[in-house]
Design a binder for this molecule. Structure first.
Ligand code: PLP
Length: 499
């Protein structure tokens, strides 16, 4: 059967919408045939869902024109480190479902916590009311957080947790020193990613994501990040003596009167490509913030809850930020929930008689959702019972060993690792470090090859991010790295040869 005939046959057997993607002009006949065959061998249930996905959904961070040309992978179930699609195929979850899953999918204790909470109530508001799981979780979070953080303000995703921190910082200074001039700007690192809401984008700096929205953003101060592989100063660590801190110090020193805070992702700039900061960088930023009376905001949305081998990344350097945003791992990957933690000093500046208008006028409908808080409590309990942090540290050493052979590959420029956050930077030329042009989509091609071998990853441009569930066992970790290794070799050697 020729490709168009196959397509017509599918249209007859299934539905026209599912077929449209295979008729698209951009698909070469051979590919069209391959896709068509995929559909022919796919169950009616999957084909129908695929058609409805193409007809009704708009996926995040996705070029939908391209998406509509391809058969979507539809995940229906999960078990441990595996995701299972509607055809029953198993894939290793190499992104922990975008950095949220910790103890694997369908963990019995987390499942039980959710169903038990459902027997009480799914949701009631924290505006003017309270609920037991939200209260208990706040107490637990304060027990786990860097010493000195004493208050928990809930929201429902990483971006809102950051927004809350920014707004708290600005209002804090207004109330703390009402007669001083405005102290409402922020310093952040280039390549930072703090989320997609407008405030979070304002303190972010990923050109591809953020440039279009510049007109909406508030002005900020920015400095180069400590990106040792591509050092903006052209220096080499440790001989550089962390000279990249100097521009940050210069800004804090000269502009502290207007600076409400410095915001950063402690230890790892995740979406930038798992860019790891040298030891001591965070400590130095903390010292500068303290010295110049500027708040330090730690965005632990990606790094929090064991990802780096400690409960929070700040704890590697014994740093207590003034505000700390958490989400992602907070519920072990079960429910959308977030929190902004702060000190008693900041909290205290918001206290007063009602008519002093010091209230923090911010809140979301699902703030402190009892289902989310109940499963977050169970998540913390699993950390204790299963000694998750000890396990991660041990497996992170194994992961480092497994990754070593990849460092020798021709198109691997740099491998960065902090606990269970790994960035593998692919380069066109290892000697010069020259990057692949983004339009070559080398990261995407490698992850497609991984998918064919049963590993799901999502690239960050030319950087492959490997973020396994914390509970993963050595066997599966070894399998993940082996697949990744093969995929890099196959993809860079064949399809990614210089044009
Ligand atoms: C460091 C950091 N902050 C904030 C966010 C935004 O979180 P969310 O996607 O839940 O809004 C992310 C998401 O990847 C992140 O990595």
């Amino acid at each position: 059967m020729t490709a168009p005939k196959v397509v017509k046959e599918i249209a007859r057997r299934y539905n026209p919408r599912a077929t449209q993607c295979f008729l698209h002009a951009a698909i070469p006949a051979a590919d069209s045939y391959r896709h068509a065959r995929t559909v022919m061998t796919t169950s009616l249930k999957t084909t129908r869902l695929a058609a409805w996905d193409h007809a009704y959904l708009w996926h995040p961070f996705t070029q939908m024109q391209e998406w509509e040309q391809d058969m979507p992978l539809i995940i229906e179930k999960g078990r441990g480190p595996y995701l299972i699609d509607t055809e029953g195929r198993k894939y290793l979850d190499g992104t922990s479902s975008i950095w949220v899953n910790l103890h694997g999918h369908r963990h019995p204790r987390l499942d039980r916590a959710l169903t038990a909470q459902l027997r009480n109530i799914a949701h009631s508001t924290l505006l003017g009311l309270s609920n037991p799981p939200a209260i208990r979780l706040a107490r637990e979070l304060i027990r786990l957080a860097p010493k000195g953080l004493r208050r928990v303000f809930y929201s429902d995703n990483g971006s809102t947790a950051v927004e809350v921190a920014l707004k708290m910082a600005v209002q804090y200074w207004q109330q703390r020193q009402p007669t001083a001039g405005p102290k409402n700007s922020f310093l952040h690192l280039k390549l930072a990613y703090h989320g997609d809401t407008v405030g979070a984008v304002s303190v972010g700096n990923i050109e591809l994501f953020h440039a279009r929205f510049r007109a909406l953003l508030f002005p900020t101060l920015q400095v180069d990040p400590p990106y040792c592989y591509r050092c903006p100063l052209g220096l080499i660590y440790p001989a550089c003596r962390m000279a990249c801190i100097d521009p940050l110090e210069a800004i804090v020193k000269t502009r502290h009167r207007e600076l409400a805070g410095v915001i950063l992702e402690p230890l790892v700039q995740a979406a930038a490509g798992m860019v790891t900061a040298p030891p001591g960088y965070l400590t130095r930023v903390r010292e500068l913030c303290t010295k110049y009376n500027v708040l330090l905001i730690a965005d632990e949305v990606a790094t929090g809850f064991g990802r780096t081998g400690k409960m929070f990344a700040c704890q590697h350097e014994g740093v207590t930020p003034d505000l700390m945003a958490v989400s992602k791992g907070l519920t072990g990957g079960y429910m959308p929930l977030a929190a902004t933690l702060t000190t008693e000093k900041i909290y205290g500046a918001f206290l007063g008689r009602y008519e002093e208008w010091k209230t923090f006028f911010h809140g979301h409908s699902y703030t402190g959702n009892p289902l989310g808080c109940a499963v977050a409590l169970a998540n913390i309990e699993v950390f204790r019972r299963e000694k998750t942090l000890t396990h991660v540290r041990k497996q992170a050493s194994l992961l480092a060993r497994l990754l070593r052979p990849l460092a020798a590959l021709d198109h691997v420029g740099d491998i960065r690792q902090c606990g269970f956050m790994v960035g593998i930077e692919l380069v066109q030329d290892r000697n010069t470090g020259s990057p692949y042009p983004l339009e070559r989509r080398i990261g995407h091609l490698v992850t497609r090859a991984c998918r064919e071998q049963g590993l799901l990853l999502r690239p960050l441009g030319n950087i492959l991010a490997l973020v396994p569930p914390l509970s993963i066992r050595p066997r599966e970790l070894t399998k993940m790295v082996a697949i990744l290794h093969r995929a890099i070799v196959e993809t860079t050697d064949d399809r990614a040869a210089p044009l």
